[in-house]
Design a protein around this ligand. Structure first.
Ligand SMILES: N[C@@H](CCC(=O)N[C@@H](CS)C(=O)NCC(=O)O)C(=O)O
Length: 207
């Protein structure tokens, strides 16, 4: 397919990549299309499986380059569009963007998801107080690390909102589904609010 296409409905992890594409659209005029593929059924259709054989969203087609994994898609788009403020400016920034993206996916996401899927509002898995308590405890360490890192900083690195801020806050935004707060971590909460106040985040949600 020509141009940039992001597959996936915004009420899913696809929001991360739609948000990234929307940031680039608003900042540098990048044109993109969002095909709102649902993750339950549409992602299992043969046409979609040919794009992402995992049957999950998001996926991306950029002039024939096909990628899955939200963080990989966003890092690729940031690296490609060097004229964007979200793009890493040098190898050191690129390494930090990779670090924080991997960190969000390994330290935070599994534990936030463990809480989201068992929350009565979502109820995708049966409640399990033992797993939920362990997940709540497990996010304390990374949140303390993030809070200390953000003490005296507005953004994860540099003087601007970058793909790293987007990737980490987008992973954390799963918490919105269940009203999970970060107010015990004041620097995290302020930064998280700053990230989610981005007009592109609102626009991506309304796709
Ligand atoms: N690690 C992947 C996870 C993608 C993922 O699990 N997406 C969910 C929607 S939030 C999905 O497509 N689930 C459908 C399924 O597992 O069958 C990413 O970040 O892109």
């Amino acid at each position: 397919m020509s141009g940039l296409t992001i597959y996936g409905i915004p009420t899913s992890r696809a929001l991360r990549s739609v948000w990234m594409a929307e940031e680039l659209h608003q900042e540098i005029g990048l044109a993109y299309k969002n095909i709102p593929t649902h993750f339950i059924d549409e992602s299992k259709e043969p046409d979609y499986l040919a794009i992402n054989p995992n049957g999950r969203v998001p996926a991306m087609d950029d002039d024939g380059l096909i990628l899955f994994e939200s963080m990989a898609i966003n890092l690729y788009l940031a690296r490609k569009h060097k004229d964007s403020a979200l793009s890493p400016r040098d190898l050191a920034e690129d390494a930090q963007a990779t670090q924080w993206s991997f960190w969000a996916m390994t330290e935070l996401e599994p534990n936030i998801i463990a809480l989201v899927v068992r929350h009565p509002k979502i109820a995708m898995s049966p409640p399990n107080p033992e797993i939920e308590d362990a997940a709540r405890e497990a996010i304390e360490r990374p949140l303390k690390v993030l809070d200390a890192h953000l003490d005296g900083r507005d953004w994860l690195f540099g003087d601007r909102f970058t793909v790293a801020d987007l990737n980490v806050s987008a992973v954390m935004s799963l918490s919105k589904f269940i009203g999970l707060e970060f107010s015990a971590y004041p620097h995290v909460q302020d930064w998280f609010d700053r990230c989610l106040a981005r007009p592109a985040y609102a626009a991506a949600q309304n796709k």
